[in-house]
Design a protein around this ligand. Structure first.
Ligand code: MG
Length: 218
């Protein structure tokens, strides 16, 4: 799957790059024992990591600790570079519900060795994603409740108003590094409550006004 859809329409986008923001919620930074970064922490997932709503997560055999991270996803609708914050929302085509699945043990090993952590973040099925709600339907992207249930039990319960960087700041800042193009996706970071998932788990993520995402683990 390299296509994403705007909900209740036939409009689709071919996905380009998936740019992710790390460490954007204070309570998540604290739970990992990390420091608040001076600069945005940015990494990418390949488009081959996408998993559609209803899909099945395949945890790689080289990990013992795959974590869920529920995140608000932004779909870029037009090309932009060095976008100003005041114009940032006009570059968005839609908002979606995503998971940034993370192999925490591999990420920790890579971090402590001073090495890139892509192999902990970019594996196949590591980016479950919903269809996108049109951007014009979301008036307050920086005040949306996010919740993740695993097997019916609440694991993450946060609000985008807890983000260190707002949606506008994220789009502007990332566009200083990368030209943003239609079909690019941005993941905006996760609130506290990340934890291990295992074979047979059923995950349901919901974001107020935006929608929901349901996936299971093989
Ligand atoms: Mg994340």
């Amino acid at each position: 799957m390299r296509q994403v859809q705007i909900k209740n329409t036939t409009e689709t986008y071919s996905v380009g790059k998936i740019v992710c923001l790390g460490q954007n919620y204070l309570d998540h930074i604290r739970e990992l024992g990390s420091k608040v970064p001076d600069r945005a922490v940015i990494f990418c997932k390949p488009s081959s990591s996408l998993l559609p709503d209803g899909g099945v997560i395949e945890i790689p055999e080289y990990t013992k600790d795959c974590h869920h991270e529920l995140e608000l996803a932004l779909l870029i609708g037009k090309t932009g570079k060095q976008i100003q914050e005041k114009n940032a929302l006009s570059y968005l085509a839609g908002y979606g519900v995503a998971l940034d699945l993370t192999l925490r043990d591999i990420q920790s090993e890579q971090k402590s060795s001073g090495l890139p952590w892509e192999i902990a973040k970019g594996f196949d099925t590591s980016c479950p994603i919903s269809s996108f709600t049109p951007a014009e339907n979301i008036s307050t992207p920086n005040n949306l409740q996010l919740k993740l249930n695993v097997n019916g039990e609440v694991r993450q319960d946060g609000n985008t108003n807890q983000m260190i960087r707002s949606v506008e700041t994220i789009v502007a800042e990332i566009s200083n590094f990368y030209t943003l193009e239609p079909g690019d996706i941005i993941l905006t970071g996760t609130p506290a409550g990340v934890s291990r998932i295992k074979s047979g788990d059923h995950l349901e993520g919901t974001i107020e006004q935006v929608g929901s995402l349901q996936v299971s683990v093989a």
